[in-house]
Design a protein around this ligand. Structure first.
Ligand code: GUN
Ligand code: ZN
Length: 652
């Protein structure tokens, strides 16, 4: 069983339960060759701290001595490794060295008999240059064998490999069929040639099309990915596990792996590494070592570099900056940058997984940042949910001050608002931002370089242009000091009515919950309480009842029970609701979190970090809280928190 701990976009950290304990993901499984171990498994566990390894059951089974030992002692004792051991099936050997003398049924039984924690089906390795027909046939055979293996797996977890080469339809179809089988882990296979040839754009398409079809509650393993250069990108796209023999293979040819690429010893002019393997050794010393000693050192360096990068990726997922990390890593090589650019094609899919906000600011790392789903999310919500105020004129400021913009433009805004019925927007890299939305994520929580590049200018200009066809103002102008004031003086007739605080409550509510929420929250006697020290809105009261609190860090609202009741009257079910099963109700009413297994249904548009209402099957409010998953995840995971409950509602 796989439990989701934290998700950011498709990237996630989780816990996979296996017969040898819980494996935390993202995880790298070093490949152990049972015949020739470059670094002993015991050292991988004790010194490096790898909690899982992968070895090849086909190699063990083909060697009489090893086979006997594995069957008698069990895999864990034979390898002297106390934690999770995954086994591969021989697919790769059959692919590289011709026909393998083994049947799917036999190799699956063998893996189970020797006590493998995660065994692998004998899938068919689909090559990138294969025809669609040939690939499609291989997918069919792989699916049949996976169905057969599922019946034989016993207590062993089973890895069902997604094949389909570079055909995105075949990958998605294979993944969908895999999702219906009783399988525990999904490796994405057939990708080694893509990685060896630096075809990272193809790799992105393969991962995303596979993810589209897979069951989100199962971990995804990228088969043969062991270069620290790709971990951040692959994790960003939802890969949870990695394995590779590269650390040893590269070492045999004197190649050092780093997150920024590979460096051959003969090309290096010095050493810049303080990993436990390298430290204490000079470059000259390493070049003069005996080959076996040098290979041993470089293999260990490669393991440390990989381990460190996996930990870095995990930290980024937990802290909310996996996008920034992946973007930075993808600048290591033009082929990776191509892959990053390929994400543009998938932004609609990625946007479904985009959280409402993050703990970290969005840092612009280059023009590819414009493809991040944060930009698409803002644009979609602004153009579909925002209602323009009925002001006569619009004054647009350039994004040339600090943030939040209204604070830096207070002088101008006050001067204009005293006399004219004007509204204000800022021309930002995200496009037009109404002044009252200037505190929400990612508008206030983003940093861009100065000067702006052409692509950012073009993106924001296109967004402004799009707005120019939609807005209702009689008069619009860019702020230009006295000439703006003169123009307003000549053209404006109506009395001022723009109220920034009310506008903020309305615009943030509509953006966050949907158009109509704002008007509902303002329908009555409204009082808006602001912080004395920061001037920011803290609480909103309607007819004397506290309905909303505004968060200082991301500018969005947290719901109070009275606010939730208003939303429920405004939007019919299932909007913004998570329906829980009767058994959970007493716990959720007490303020306990909602676990996936108790979710009956859920709004399909809920996004990560959304404020939501927990209800029973008759749409009675049970609790309010924050969504930690989207609908598909809540319905497919068997464990883990679906909604972090802030407040339970006692029975009336
Ligand atoms: N190792 C690397 N790629 C693959 C693959 O596609 N299938 C299996 N079983 N093992 C692999
Ligand atoms: Zn090193």
């Amino acid at each position: 069983m796989f439990e989701l701990i934290r998700r950011d976009g498709l990237a996630r950290t989780g816990k996979l339960s296996t017969p040898h304990g819980i494996l935390e993901t993202p995880a790298l499984l070093p490949v152990v060759n049972p015949k020739l171990s470059t670094v002993p498994p015991r050292e991988l566990y004790d010194i490096f701290g790898f909690k899982a390894i992968i070895t090849n059951s086909y190699i063990i089974r083909s060697d009489e001595k090893l086979k006997e030992r594995a069957l008698n002692e069990g895999l864990h004792q034979m390898l002297d490794y106390p934690s999770v051991i995954m086994t591969d099936s021989g697919t790769f050997q059959s692919h590289m060295y011709g026909e393998v003398e083994v049947k799917n049924e036999d190799i699956v039984n063998f893996q189970r008999e020797i006590g493998s924690d995660i065994g692998t089906v004998l899938d068919i390795f689909t090559e990138p240059e294969w025809s669609e027909d040939k690939t499609s046939h291989a997918v069919d055979v792989t699916i049949d064998r996976t169905g057969e293996a599922a019946k034989l797996k016993g207590d062993m977890l089973l890895a069902g490999v997604v094949q389909g080469s570079i055909y995105q339809n075949l990958r998605e179809n294979c993944a969908k069929r895999m999702a219906l089988l009783d399988v525990d882990v999904h490796p994405i296979g057939g990708v080694v040639p893509l990685m060896e040839q630096y075809r990272f754009s193809d790799l992105v398409n393969v991962i995303i099309s596979s993810k589209k079809g897979l069951d989100p509650s199962r971990p995804v393993h990228l088969f043969g990915a062991g270069h620290p250069m790709v971990f951040a990108l692959a994790a960003l796209l939802g890969c949870d596990m990695f394995d590779s023999a590269s650390y040893a293979k590269f070492a045999r040819t004197d190649r050092f792996m780093f997150p920024e690429g590979t460096a051959g010893l003969q090309d290096m002019k010095g050493l810049h590494c303080n990993c436990p393997a390298c430290s204490g050794h000079s470059y000259d010393e390493i070049t003069k070592m005996k080959p076996a000693e040098r290979t041993a050192l470089i293999a260990r360096h490669n393991l440390w570099a990989s381990k460190c990068e996996i930990e870095r990726v995990k930290r980024a997922i937990l802290e909310g900056d996996i996008w920034e990390l992946a973007e930075r890593r993808c600048r290591a090589h033009p082929a990776l940058l191509s892959a990053l650019r390929t994400l543009e094609k998938h932004k609609d899919f990625l946007e479904q997984y985009e959280p409402l906000s993050r703990d970290n600011s969005l840092l612009y790392t280059g023009i590819e940042t414009l493809n991040r789903p944060s930009f698409l999310r803002y644009s979609k919500r602004f153009f579909s949910r925002y209602e323009y105020p009925a002001s006569e004129a619009l004054v647009v400021f350039e994004d040339s001050t600090g943030k939040p913009y209204h604070r830096y433009r207070e002088g101008e805004i006050n001067k204009i608002s005293e006399k004219y019925d004007a509204h204000f927007m800022v021309h930002t890299p995200f496009g037009p931002v109404p002044i009252e939305l200037d505190e929400i994520y990612p508008i206030a929580q983003s940093l861009f370089p100065d000067p702006e590049d052409m692509e950012t200018k073009e993106y924001s200009r296109a967004q402004m242009e799009h707005m120019s066809h939609k807005h209702p103002y009689a008069l619009t102008m860019m702020w230009d000091e006295n000439s703006t004031l003169d123009a307003l003086d000549m053209m404006c007739q109506e009395t001022p009515k723009f109220d920034m605080d009310r506008a903020r409550v309305k615009a943030v509510s509509d953006y966050q919950f949907g158009t109509g929420a704002g008007n509902a929250f303002l329908d009555g006697e409204v009082s808006i309480i602001k912080s004395k020290s920061t001037g920011k809105i803290r609480n909103v009261l309607l007819n004397g009842q506290h309905i909303l609190s505004m968060r200082a860090n991301d500018g969005f609202f947290t719901l109070r029970p009275e606010g939730a009741h208003i939303l429920m009257k405004t939007f019919p079910a299932p909007k913004l609701r998570v329906v829980v099963n009767d058994d959970a109700i007493p716990f959720n009413r007490e303020g306990k979190n909602v676990f996936c297994s108790f979710v009956e249904d859920c709004d399909k548009d809920i996004k990560l970090m959304d404020e939501i209402m927990v209800v029973d099957s008759s749409d009675n409010l049970i609790a309010i809280g924050r969504a930690m998953m989207i609908r598909e995840e809540m319905l497919s995971f068997q464990t883990g928190i679906a909604v972090k409950v802030r407040e339970g509602i006692k029975e009336a």
